[in-house]
Design a binder for this molecule. Sequence first.
Ligand SMILES: *[C@@H]1O[C@H](CO)[C@@H](O)[C@H](O)[C@H]1NC(C)=O
Ligand SMILES: *[C@@H]1O[C@H](CO)[C@@H](O)[C@H](O)[C@H]1NC(C)=O
Length: 225
Amino acid sequence: MASSSSSSALRCSITISLLLLAFTYASDPTQLQDFCVAVSEAANPVFVNGEFCKNPATVAADDFVFHGLNVPGNTSNEEGSTVTHIFASQIPGLNTLGVGTARIDFAPYGLNPPHVHPRASEALLVLEGNLYAGFLVASDPENKLFARILSPGDVFVFPQGLVHFQLNVGNDTTAVALAFLGSQNPGVVTVADSVFGSRPSMDPDALAKAFRVDKSVINYLQKHH
Ligand SMILES: *[C@@H]1O[C@H](CO)[C@@H](O)[C@H](O)[C@H]1NC(C)=O
Ligand SMILES: *[C@@H]1O[C@H](CO)[C@@H](O)[C@H](O)[C@H]1NC(C)=O
């Protein structure tokens, strides 16, 4: 009797663990077909996985190609960096495939500021220059930082949903990196823009308390985002 109830408790806890695993590792839906080239016009579409797809008979090689990632992005902005991303809106054939890529250009000392991709892990390959890159370990009570100085050919991996950044430390040279992401639409939340640049603004008293600074510091930050 005791052993049967403990084995049913075990079965129950295994079922719950499997369910939790299924939620923990949720990502882009698995595709049900070779491809589902996204179309905005619903004329003559095929409806799969919740999206309109181009009729497979009219799909062509061009639906899977993007030209121009060799062109450097314009880094004349306050951060001194720019991200040119290639997701399903740039390559319609990426729709439902669960991958995306991006080119990141850095001016000397340019920063890709701390940000999060809610729906994708990322592998970053440095092509030119030297980057100081890292991420914050969310589950660590001490807020551990994992960071490295990267050189051309180095790859750094940023886990899904964790705050990460890259700074060009190449001493007056530009830098270029390619990012590979495990979603066709990874999403991006830039921490400073999100917190200090919201519309309408968040109550500065709440932010002063959260950041443990004077309200005038928050007013300044809100004005500059
Ligand atoms: C780069 O961006 C800056 C700021 O928006 C602009 O003034 C400049 O003309 C751009 N340069 C090129 C080459 O597009
Ligand atoms: C940049 O210059 C500093 C000081 O001269 C030096 O310590 C550092 O190694 C240099 N960094 C790179 C990436 O060359």
